[in-house]
Design a binder for this molecule. Structure first.
Ligand code: GLY
Ligand code: MN
Ligand code: MN
Length: 425
């Protein structure tokens, strides 16, 4: 269990940046229906987890810096334990246990929310509400936070309403020591699963059998969830960037692209490696692999304080272009004459080189965010050429420090020789 001192520290950070006379309210994620009475496995809203450490649905956290009663500065609402529920699904935490997990002393049952909320609202002017502001996410439905926002504004139209997400984004971007340590554990378990695959992979194995090896290693290390759907892509499948069917055979002579990461204590890891199915790279595969590795080695040095993802992307494109010329895919003159709208490299490299990582695999933070000590990102150059059935991505996670980048996956084999050696031992 994560010490509640982390969540208390996180709430204190929020309290210190909220303008005076403010109330922040945040809701847990919805439980999502699968079919009949079956639900998808519950995953907590990352902002709510960040402030409370609570992993159950129908939870509300309120942070109020204007209430005259200090006991009302931090409140957690949760569903009252129900003896019938316990018969089917087991124990539900009581108030003392919810306090122990979160460090929040004032716990109410959800049935009291209307009256307590009224008290909080009449003692505040500014209300900060949470929403999913991930820039590329266009939802088809209203989530619990949005539904609550609409109801609250209708009930209390005279308050000033504000977005909480930009404030929590700033806080979540810089990781505490405890968070770094959870991510390191996630990275280490991901590494163990990769080592297991190096020993098990044989021509003819199915991609889902490789996935099963990952699941096995995750579960024996008490990892219940992947940080995202694993990509196990043999041969040409590796050229589909987010291939998740994992249903084809891994054939002799092909490469296998693996992109997967353990989630530990709700913190992500995100790793990509590309290995030869038969344990030996061909000369052409080696040339492609070394090209990606060269970019990887160069770009790693750029993860320094003050830089930003936009700059890293620009630098990566220059490096990849050079490597693509070396591979003979086009020449310098072609680059001179290329169209600005669809430059030649885009046929072989079509994604960004980095994203922030934390509670979410694609964590909060923008391409313009200035890198600061304590931030964690991935770096993931790749080259994909369907015509040669080669897709290679190499991805590690990196911690920004004042002394330079710290590679959190430095122990996961990446050099051609070490991979071949481990596969043939
Ligand atoms: N697997 C998702 C990513 O690497 O960003
Ligand atoms: Mn990634
Ligand atoms: Mn990845």
């Amino acid at each position: 269990m994560i010490s509640n001192s982390l969540f208390t520290k996180n709430r204190n950070k929020l309290l210190s940046v909220l303008p005076i006379n403010s109330l922040a309210i945040i809701q847990s994620n919805d439980e999502m229906p699968r079919n009949g009475d079956q639900l998808y496995p519950f995953r907590q809203n990352s902002d709510l987890f960040y402030l409370s450490g609570i992993n159950q649905p129908k939870v509300v956290v309120c942070i109020c810096n204007s209430h005259p009663n200090p006991a009302y500065r931090e409140i957690l609402f949760a569903v009252k334990p129900n003896p019938d529920y316990a018969v089917w699904y087991g124990h539900q935490p009581d108030k003392a246990e919810l306090s122990e997990i979160s460090g929040i002393n004032t716990i109410f049952w959800l049935e009291d929310i209307e009256t307590v909320l009224k008290d909080l609202m009449i003692n505040t002017q500014n209300v900060y509400l949470s929403s999913n502001e991930y820039i590329k996410f266009i939802p088809d439905f209203q989530d619990r936070n949005l539904r609550f926002c609409l109801q609250l504004k209708e009930k209390y139209p005279l308050h000033h309403y504000h977005r909480l997400s930009p404030i929590i984004t700033e806080l979540r971007l810089v990781k505490e020591t405890e968070e770094i340590s959870l991510i390191e554990t996630a990275c280490d378990i991901t590494g163990k699963a990769f080592q297991r695959i190096l020993k098990k992979l044989k021509p003819g194995m199915m991609e889902y059998e490789v996935e099963a090896e990952i699941n096995h290693e995750f579960l024996i290390n008490n990892v219940r969830n992947h940080a995202y759907q694993p990509i196990i892509a043999a041969g040409e499948n590796a050229c589909t960037l987010h291939y998740v069917e994992n249903a084809a055979a891994c054939n002799d002579g092909e490469l296998l692209l693996l992109d997967f990461g353990a989630e530990y204590g709700n913190y992500a890891s995100d790793c990509s490696r590309t290995i030869p199915v038969n344990g030996k790279f061909s000369n052409r595969q080696k040339a492609y692999y070394q090209a990606v590795l060269n970019v990887y080695n160069e770009i790693q040095k750029e993860f320094v304080v003050g830089n930003c993802i936009d700059n890293l992307n620009r630098k990566t494109i220059t490096l990849i272009e050079k490597e693509l010329i070396n591979l003979g895919l086009f020449n310098a003159e072609d680059v001179e004459n290329q169209s600005k709208e669809s430059p030649l490299y885009m046929k072989y490299y079509m994604h960004g080189v980095s994203h922030f990582m934390g509670l979410d695999v694609h964590d909060v933070g923008s391409k313009q965010t200035e890198l600061q000590p304590g931030m964690i990102l991935t770096f993931e150059p790749g080259i994909y050429n369907k015509e040669e059935k080669i897709g290679i991505r190499l991805e590690n996670d990196i911690l920004i420090t004042n002394e330079g980048p710290v590679n959190l996956m430095k122990n996961i084999p990446i050099e051609i020789e070490e991979i071949e050696k481990m596969m043939n031992n």
